[in-house]
Ligand binder design. Sequence first.
Ligand SMILES: NC(=O)c1ccc[n+]([C@@H]2O[C@H](COP(=O)([O-])OP(=O)(O)OC[C@H]3O[C@@H](n4cnc5c(N)ncnc54)[C@H](OP(=O)(O)O)[C@@H]3O)[C@@H](O)[C@H]2O)c1
Length: 349
Amino acid sequence: MNTETVKTALITGASSGIGRELAKLFAKDGYNLVLVSRGEDTLQQLADELKQKHSIHKAIVIKKDLAKENAAQELYNEVKQQGITVDVLVNDAGVGVHGMFATETDWEKESAMIHLNTLSLTHLTKLYLKEMVARNEGKILNLASIVSIMPSPLMAVYAGTKAYVYNFTQSLVNELKDTNVTITALLPNATDTDFFRKAGAENARVTEMLDDAVMVAEEGYKALMKGETKVIPGGLMNKSYEVIAHLAPEEALAAMMRKNMEPKGSPLINLSKKEQKQLAVGLGLAVVSLVGYAIFNTLTNLSEYDKARYRYKFGRASREAKRTLNNVSESLSETLANAKATVSSTLAS
Ligand SMILES: NC(=O)c1ccc[n+]([C@@H]2O[C@H](COP(=O)([O-])OP(=O)(O)OC[C@H]3O[C@@H](n4cnc5c(N)ncnc54)[C@H](OP(=O)(O)O)[C@@H]3O)[C@@H](O)[C@H]2O)c1
């Protein structure tokens, strides 16, 4: 193999979870690796394992606390000193903090999280994107989250950081449209890693329904390689969140998401009448979105002309469903019946 032409991927947060799985995928495809986190020993073990298994030329380890001032610049300088060109940047390192913002969570932890999840990610993106644009080549994967597009009570600051990552990434998608450089946002739902334990949320209901980190990494990797702008890994239920997030009232979304973050075994229905109605709307929308998404997926096998027609029809159905569902005084059964009727009559016409 000509080692001059081998590409290099820099992955922050490669010591565990999704980042570790992403590192394995890059190694499998023959990429040289720069693995970054605070856990030097774990990173070194992974580097040795991947070098041996995939006979990659170079896998270097850099110990860096990216929640510290200037950490991104230091990392960039260290990589530069070693004469490495980064072809793919994966901003994976991130943490969460669980609890009521006003009374329970610790500001030191939250400000370190903001630094890690947003500031260092932005600075690394700035440093490497400049080089990639100059070469007119390169790829970036930013770890957003499903909570990038929904409020997440009891993880309020974390959700804020992920909303930032998503919006930042999508804005850059537009700025990069006339180049060969791509940037992709990965929006996993709750995933089976060490994340919830470290966030102090190991007892939250959400930990009973976790996605597989290997699946999340594989879907993220595929989207990155194709230069897609975003990906929500997993089945239809996960993907339907995007539609729900656009259609449901914010209070309904927040009520639904809060239930996920409350302790396992806590009552599911201790909501006010208004919240119950909003939740009913949210659940109704989940079903409508699933149906709509399934139909849309089926239709993507059609000709461009038919796709355009049906996209328009689905948009119209969504708007009608939104109008119907915005009337939160309706019962769940009425809401569902109306929405289903809208979707079926659109398809029948
Ligand atoms: N798990 C989920 O449900 C989920 C859902 C959506 C999005 N995400 C996002 O996915 C990313 C990866 O999380 P994960 O689920 O794989 O969790 P994880 O297993 O806890 O991995 C987090 C990674 O970030 C690194 N990290 C943490 N603090 C760091 C710091 N100060 N400096 C440098 N590296 C640091 C950790 O390494 P060290 O501890 O060795 O430093 C570790 O490699 C995060 O951005 C997270 O927000 C996770």
